[in-house]
Design a protein around this ligand. Structure first.
Ligand code: PMP
Ligand code: GLU
Length: 395
């Protein structure tokens, strides 16, 4: 009998962001002078108090399994932190600790969706949303923003028929566009949500990396009346420079959290105990988080300035996260068919040793995502290489 893997093995591709950043890291390890603008992770080190807490956790022992939803003290700390941030009371039973925001999303989508359900997803979207939706045999309904700036409006949702969906994924600040929803924009969306019955997964993993005076506004703050339908996705990966520690938080109705925890108890059990105990020190590191956010803002400004005025390249200034989404359609030869963003990314890597991510897996072919999670001097050099590479690109 022929040995055959299941259907998902045939359809699921690698995470393009992880794959491309892995390739760039490999080239660097071989001594190639690559500048890596693919990385979806801070270049800073984890704040000292968190590292010290990890050392203590190892030395003190007691590192067996924990409750699968997380150690009570960490669930309590998350509940306290977000109660203050959101202005609504969150109980520890409404919190789960998982292996990064990625597992929070997968747990939540697994528990909310039935086969064939629709999930409304604004364009551009983070590459993992369509992959997880497909893995659950659900369907993605892309919601295309009609205004420049990459933010959807109730009219966009209406036009996409989002009312049919079982769930909607919102991402603010956005990967890959850096767009940040303001309070009034969220209020308008919440008015639309009230006319529907879908769940709203709000991915706020970049919540502390916002460069506007108004800052980040959690959906929960704007629409506490919808709290039973809202799953907030966040964690320590980005704001606390802890991508490899794998600590994510989910905040939702206790019955949703209970279901997510049942899945987690059968799949990965708890997040590793040392990382959980170390994470107890995280919320005391607010000053360090703010310092890193200031550094990202400076880098954003450097990149925006250095990329201005390149023929055929345009972008909306990102207000948050650490990505800039460049529209490069003006550089692409339409006669050469699709894949122009991939051709440009390959050309920049080959000709200038500059690694970027094509927009196509984010739902925006003809764009490139540039991560500015690197030192500003390197960013200036990257912009020079970009300018030079673009000038020799054949379309
Ligand atoms: N959501 C978005 C929008 C992201 O960019 C990422 C990046 N990895 C994640 C979720 C997942 O974060 P984590 O590393 O905590 O799983
Ligand atoms: N989210 C990051 C990115 O978009 C990290 C890579 C990943 O988890 O896919 O690059």
């Amino acid at each position: 009998m022929e040995l055959r893997l299941g259907w998902l093995a045939d359809v699921l591709g690698d995470s393009p962001t992880l794959k491309l950043s892995g390739q760039a890291k490999e080239l660097l390890a071989k001594g190639e002078p690559v500048i890596n603008l693919t990385a979806g992770e801070p270049d800073f080190d984890t704040p000292e108090p968190i590292k010290e807490a990890a050392h203590r956790a190892i030395d003190e022992g007691g590192n067996g399994y924990t409750a699968s939803a997380g150690i009570p003290a960490l669930r309590q700390a998350v509940a306290t932190h977000y109660s203050a941030k959101m202005g609504v009371t969150i109980e520890p039973a409404e919190v789960i600790i998982s292996n990064g925001a990625k597992q929070i999303l997968f747990n939540a989508l697994s528990m909310l969706l039935n086969q064939g359900d629709e999930v409304a997803v604004p364009v551009p979207y983070w590459v993992t949303y369509p992959a997880q939706i497909a893995a659950l045999r659900a369907r993605m309904t892309p919601v295309v923003p009609s205004q420049p700036g990459w933010k959807i409006t109730p009219e966009d949702l209406e036009r996409a028929g989002a009312g049919r969906a079982k769930a909607l994924i919102l991402n603010t600040p956005s990967n890959p566009s850096g767009a940040v929803y303001t309070r009034s924009e969220l209020e308008a969306l919440a008015d639309y949500f009230r006319m529907t019955s879908f769940f709203i997964l709000t991915d706020e993993i970049y919540e502390d990396l916002v460069y506007t005076d108004a800052g980040h506004v959690p959906l929960m703050t704007v629409a506490p009346d919808l709290r039973h339908r809202i799953v907030t996705v966040s964690g320590l990966s980005k704001s606390y420079a802890m991508t490899g520690w794998r600590v994510g938080f989910g905040i939702a109705d206790r019955s949703t959290i209970g279901a997510m925890n049942r899945l987690q108890s059968h799949s990965t059990s708890n997040v590793n105990t040392v990382a959980q105990k170390a994470s107890l020190a995280a919320f005391g590191c607010g000053a360090k988080v703010a310092e890193m956010a200031r550094a990202f803002r400076l880098r954003r400004d450097v990149l925006v300035e250095s990329l201005s005025g390149i023929d055929g390249v345009s972008f909306t200034v990102p207000d948050g996260a650490f990505y800039l989404l460049a529209d490069v359609r003006g550089l692409i030869d339409p006669d050469r068919g699709s894949g122009g963003d991939w051709r440009l990314a390959e050309h920049l890597l080959a000709a200038q040793k500059l690694a970027t991510v094509p927009g196509e897996p984010f739902g925006v072919p003809g764009h490139l995502r540039l991560s500015y999670a690197i030192h500003e001097d390197t960013l200036r050099e990257a912009a020079e290489r970009f300018r030079a590479g673009v000038a020799t690109f054949g379309g």
